[in-house]
Ligand binder design. Structure first.
Ligand code: SF4
Length: 434
């Protein structure tokens, strides 16, 4: 989401007459787009901003040139705002991106062009996309769920969905330009609803069908989903839309009902398992060949306040039972302003690390099992990079795959025969360039 917001910031600046530079030393203005999901992320960002601000003061003293202006945006908690105000020229909420001309004027930067006055929301700003085969399209922003450990509803505000026609128009333009992977983004894509005169017109199931009907050869992926909002209708639509890849990230967060309740995640482990069963069965019913296999990833928080050893064992058992293709395990990080911040963070950092290690091991085992199924098979791959001698691509099941070739294949769809599998990806040999 931040990557996508950064593209909109660049787009807003383009309109005002600014050009992007990859060299921060030459910039008149540097905007940092922050994420507060974990304390470690914000600590790293704060130190980076401080170092940058200090080095700029030194350079401007030596060269007696004006130092670049620094603005901050993104998810910033009040607690950190006070610290950060000292090292930057201003902080603005991403929702206030339309106010950029006024913000720039206040910090002494001149704009050479006028903004589009018809735009009403920052998501309507035309993004300056990063070049590559993938594009991130926000379909909604904000969240109404208030999971007790999370600050997103406070930093981003309540849910707002973009009109479906704007989303479709943006995707059509991107596909025409050659984009091959479309990521539909939102804090909770399943609660997407496009309204006309306050009447719900299009939900996520319908939106998926409309995106799938856009002409062209491209893949559809989406994130994040919430188990409480993933309906049978959405599952059917997801599976029947052939451009949607067989990959689903569905955060479970804990395998214990009491902890889920304390996290304010309104579903049970049983309900989560039923959803997975239904999704897997629907893939088997409507898709062919490898497409019948669902690649399922999840997110888990370990060491939530009060998580007992027994409750942690329940999570271990649940992860083993479901068998995820990938999993992102995070030690609980208390976030000021969240409800859980009031609870005693009583699991020691070393115990959290130990629990995380155990869950990572379980995920590695199931991921290896999942990836091994593809050895010897032909898979369709979208190539996104080349590092050292190896090309890197993604399969439709969202596995990273590396391979060698003497041709330039970045941004292309190709076919590879899988020769090796690890828990973290695949290796393959080129069989066909599409
Ligand atoms: S669903 Fe929960 S974890 Fe996700 S953004 Fe909303 S409050 Fe945060």
């Amino acid at each position: 989401m931040n990557k996508s917001d950064s593209e909109r910031i660049a787009g807003a600046l383009n309109v005002l007459g600014f050009n992007k530079t990859t060299n921060a030393d030459k910039a008149d203005l540097v905007i940092f787009n922050l994420c507060s999901i974990r304390q470690s992320a914000i600590d790293r960002a704060i130190s980076k901003i401080k170092n940058f601000a200090e080095s700029k003061i030194q350079i401007s003293n030596i060269k007696s040139s004006p130092k670049p202006k620094i603005l901050l945006t993104g998810c910033i908690l009040n607690k950190n705002k006070r610290k950060l105000e000292k090292v930057c020229d201003g902080i603005f909420k991403i929702d206030d991106l339309l106010e950029l001309p006024t913000i720039l004027k206040k910090i002494g930067l001149k704009t050479t062009k006028n903004p589009n006055s018809k735009i009403r929301h920052y998501l309507d700003i035309k993004p300056d996309y990063e070049i590559g085969p993938s594009a991130y399209i926000p379909i909604m922003t904000g969240c109404n769920n208030f999971c007790s450990y999370c600050v997103v509803p406070y930093t981003r505000g309540r849910e707002i969905s973009r009109p479906a026609k704007d989303i479709l128009c943006e995707i059509k333009t991107l596909v025409k330009k050659g984009v091959k992977e479309i990521w539909l983004l939102g804090q909770n894509v399943n609660s997407y609803e496009s309204k006309v005169q306050n009447v719900r017109e299009i939900d996520f199931a319908e939106l998926l069908k409309m995106v799938n009907n856009i002409k062209g050869n491209f893949w559809i992926r989406f994130t994040s989903s919430h188990p409480k909002d993933l309906t049978n209708e959405m599952i059917e639509s997801f599976v029947k839309c052939q451009k949607a890849t067989p990959y689903l990230n569905l955060p479970i967060q804990s395998g214990n009902d009491e902890i889920l309740k304390a996290m304010n995640r309104p579903y049970s482990v049983e309900k989560y398992k039923k959803l997975i069963k239904k999704t897997r069965q629907t893939f088997k019913k409507y898709r062919k060949g490898q497409e019948k296999i669902l690649s399922l990833s999840t997110d888990v928080i370990v060491g939530f306040p009060g998580e007992t050893k027994k409750q942690f064992q329940d999570t271990k058992k649940t992860l083993k039972e479901i068998g995820f293709a990938a999993g992102y395990i995070s030690p609980y990080s208390p976030r000021p302003q969240s409800t859980a911040f009031k609870l005693k963070d009583n699991i020691s950092p070393s115990e959290k690390r130990k629990r995380k290690k155990e869950l990572v091991k379980i995920i590695e085992n199931s991921a290896l099992r999942f990836n091994k199924q593809f050895v010897g098979k032909n898979v369709e791959v979208l190539v996104f990079d080349k590092k050292n001698d190896f090309f890197l691509g993604k399969t439709r099941h969202h596995q990273v795959i590396k391979f060698l070739s003497d041709k330039d294949l970045v941004d292309k769809f190709i076919n590879l025969k899988v020769t090796k599998a690890t828990a973290y990806g695949l290796q393959g040999e080129l069989t066909k360039v599409c």
